[in-house]
Structures are given as C-alpha cells and as structure tokens.
Write a new protein. Sequence first.
Length: 257
Amino acid sequence: MNPEVSKAAADSSESPDRVARLLSAARLQELAHAAMKSDAKSPTTGPAESKVSLAPLPADLIEENALASTTHLLVIDRFGNIGCVTQSLGFHFGCGVMAPGTGFLLNNDMNNFGYSNSKAINYVAPGKWPTSTIGPTIVMDEKTGKPRLVIGAPGGARIPSAILQVMIDVLDFQRPLDEAILAPRFHIRRQNKSFAVDFEKTIDPKVEAEMKTRGWLTEQHDDKEFYFGAVNAALFMPDGTIFGVADQRRTSDAGGQ
C-alpha cells in the first residue's frame, strides 16, 4: 500500500484505535451522560465552516427522490459462504455516466466528501475514501466463531440507526428477528440549529409526547413512504436453520431451500 495514500485516507491506519476508543465502556458512559444533559434546542456545534457554492446538477439529468435509493442483498449458500452487499449509486442514476461497453452506471460517491471545512477529516483530497452510511454487517458468535446475524439496509442517513435498532433488539433483548424488523423506528437528525427526532407513525404516542416535553422537535413518517431503511437480515438459529426476513417497508423479498 502506498504510505502517502494511507496517510491521507479518511479510513487511515489510526481508524481501528479511534473506533475502539469510541466504543469503550468509559466513552459510552460519557456519551450517555452527555445525552441525558443535552439541550435539544442548543446542540453542540463543530468548528465554523465557510460557505462554498457548488453548481447544481442539471434537473433533467438526475431525479433525486425517495425512490432513488440504495439496495441491500444477502446470500448464504449451502456451504456457509455469506454475501452481504449494500450497493449504492447515490442519486438515481449515480453521476449519470455509464462505463462504455459495460452497462454499469458510475456512482456519485464524490458527493459524500465534505467541501466546506478544509480541516475536516472528510474533506475531499486525493487518495481518500469519503464517509458513507452503508453498513453491511456480519455478526460473529464470540464463543463459537460462527456467524450469528447477517444484516444490512438501504435508507441513506437512516441506515446506521435502523441496523443498530434491530441488532440491539435481537442480540441484547432476544427479540424475534421478524418482530424487531417490524417494530417502529426512530432517527435523530440535526435540523437547522437544533435536533429533531423522526418517528414512524406507528410509534407509541407517549414516546413522542415525552420527547416534545424535553424540547425535541419531532416529525412523523409513514412506513410506506420509503423514508426509513428496509432492514434485510438472516439469523442463524441454534438448530442449524437460517431464518431470513425481508423488510416490507420496501420491495424486499426473502426465500430459501
């Protein structure tokens, strides 16, 4: 590997150490404590960013809407091989360019770089990989060393939160996979200078009411409007069978032999 590229890359050699610190028990406790004391109307802000004007893409070239999204698929064969793939073009037709003679569209992943703060780790530069929200995940059983859960989703910024909610339900609370995927979802996002919580309309009204009393802005979304990610997953059962579930929030399907 070219050391200069490695040094410049956002996913540099220091990344594993950063992730370990982020997920340490002490750091998680610190974050939980900060969250309990946080003011939804006054979120912590990062360094000031200069405004950069970017030319918009031609309206007749790319149509960006809720249907222009990512695809996640997983395949497990009889030999135990696992394919867990999240494919994303970005916009509906990616960057609007097809590789000659292939039929494959090129993505617009450059859009995932940061352009406004030159000191940010995600600032565009040669040799770097941009930040991404895709999260194809294979969870291994620590005791047996064998796969336990295979999971992923489309859904833009809602991918990590959707996957995490299902994983916690299944792995920590032993909730059946189909119930965990069907359960109402939520997602926290920044809205102007405050935070907002998106809820599926099937959420318990008491939960949304409690968030409002704490100063949070809330917004409801129908589970059929493609806003929340469609989590597709497979769970390895104790008897050796594999239980696959396709999220019906989108046009997903599951099958096997």
